[in-house]
Design a protein around this ligand. Structure first.
Ligand code: HAM
Length: 420
């Protein structure tokens, strides 16, 4: 194994592709920042218990995919596999639910870790941008989040995504359904693992991707027929609000999601150009999570969009983001005196807010102009001894090729005017 090899299931973000990741994070968070969500940042690790209680012992995430460690002091920690439990914990610890009005609306962006079978779109280290609205049971809040995620994707130019929507019921109606489903599953011919899953987490069986299992599931009781009146009314209101906003969605009764905390509204954003890892984002309501981790009743809803898969989805659609060149002006200095003068000019440009870079390493004209081209700068400022003797530099417009002498003292103003 090479020393330069990143661990399995991970990859580095390097220029120029890394710029797309930054742009995606920015685009996903922009609608949130514009809608009353405040920024929250939590540690990369938490006590294991937070996730085993919050996400659920029976989920793959907790039982198979968590990176856990025991510290020298004996603390049992886990690298965070998701953000919801952490953000809720932080809100409770910081008493945000007592400070002002509810809901407390928070957004976050960061790294998450799951020990998954690595493949394209599925990594052991990945990044999410997420949003959580804590402490209100209001269908408009569920609708708001779905609409904002849709807006974020559209602002990136993504088109071939679909929104799958479902309701998982609440603590009144879901247990009744769960039992009915279990009765049905017990009558099927399933392998040992699936039988076990049917006992621990029967709804997950509906999600089984295998054809022979899906065939047997025809005629299984559907949650929709078991939803209590309150859940039905809530779901209808969410659907109506999203529809009124012009956001298209598909009802997907089999959407169960891989985390145990969900109640009522659940949704997933899927992209058809990604193969098996088609979920670019997902979320839902988690009315019982706060109590599960020892807090007061705080009905909440949220989502997380995967940055890695969103970038893959953009690439699959051939969308190129409009990322402005990092550098507007590139300075090429020929000779010691010119180096000193142009280095000072570059500093001045930067202080004036103009993105500027310098030809480092004492290169000749040819090599330095190559660097200027590579930088994507709109203007090059070139100066040699003869120019300086006349008190000027040559300002070259890299688009038109036009070159004009400009007095050293006027470079910043001239460039600013041309860029404006
Ligand atoms: P999740 O569905 O587990 O939900 O993850 C959300 C998104 O993170 C996925 O749709 C996917 O884009 C990305 N993702 C998850 N695992 C990986 C992986 N191994 N490699 C690459 N991308 C991945 C949650 O995490 C919930 N906390 C969402 C939520 C927030 N629910 C309520 N509030």
């Amino acid at each position: 194994m090479s020393t330069f090899q990143a661990p399995k299931g991970t990859y580095d973000l390097l220029p120029p592709r890394s710029a797309s990741f930054l742009a995606v994070r920015e685009a996903i968070s922009a609608p949130l920042r514009n809608s009353g969500y405040g920024y929250v940042e939590t540690p990369g690790f938490e006590n294991v218990e937070l996730f085993s209680r919050g996400v659920g012992e029976s989920t793959d995430i907790v039982s198979k995919e968590m990176y856990t460690l025991t510290t020298k002091g004996g603390d049992e920690l886990a690298l965070r596999p998701e953000g919801t439990a952490s953000v809720l914990r932080a809100a409770l610890q910081g008493n945000l639910h007592k400070l002002g009005g509810l809901p407390v609306k928070l957004w976050y962006s960061g790294s998450y870790y799951r020990y998954e079978r690595a493949q394209k779109g599925r990594y052991r280290h990945f990044s999410q941008v997420g949003a959580e609205a804590i402490g209100a049971e209001d269908p408009a809040l569920d609708a708001e989040l779905i609409i904002l995620a849709d807006q974020a994707y559209r602002s990136l130019g993504l088109r071939n995504f679909r929104i799958l929507l479902n309701s998982l019921g609440d603590k009144e109606c879901r247990p009744v359904y769960r039992e009915a489903l279990q009765d049905f599953l017990r009558g099927l011919d399933l392998d040992e693992d699936t039988v076990r899953r049917a006992e621990i987490n029967p709804l997950r069986v509906l999600d089984d991707k295998r054809d022979d299992v899906q065939k047997q599931l025809v005629g299984a009781p559907m949650l929709r027929d078991y939803l209590c009146d309150a859940c039905k009314a809530y779901h209808e209101e969410v659907r109506a609000l999203i529809t009124a906003a012009g956001v298209a969605f598909e009802d997907d009764e089999k959407l169960v999601r891989g985390l145990d905390y969900y109640t009522r509204t659940t949704f997933e954003f899927v992209h058809d150009g990604l193969g098996s890892q088609s979920a670019v984002g997902g979320g839902g309501r988690y009315d019982g999570l706060s109590e599960m981790i020892g807090g007061p009743a705080l009905p909440s809803v949220g989502w997380a969009l995967g940055v890695d898969r969103t970038v893959l989805a953009l690439e699959a659609e051939g969308v190129t983001l409009d990322i402005p060149a990092a550098t507007s002006v590139f300075a090429v200095a020929l000779g010691e005196e010119a180096r000193r003068v142009l280095f000072a000019t570059v500093t001045e440009l930067r202080r004036a807010g103009v993105a500027a870079d310098f030809s480092f390493g004492g290169k000749g004209l040819k090599g330095a102009m190559k660097d200027a081209n590579r930088s994507g700068a709109r203007f090059t400022v070139v100066a040699g001894e003869r120019d300086l003797a006349e008190g000027v530099v040559q300002l070259k417009d890299m688009e038109s090729g036009e070159q004009t002498p400009v007095a050293v003292a006027d470079v910043v103003e001239t460039v600013r005017a041309k860029l404006a």
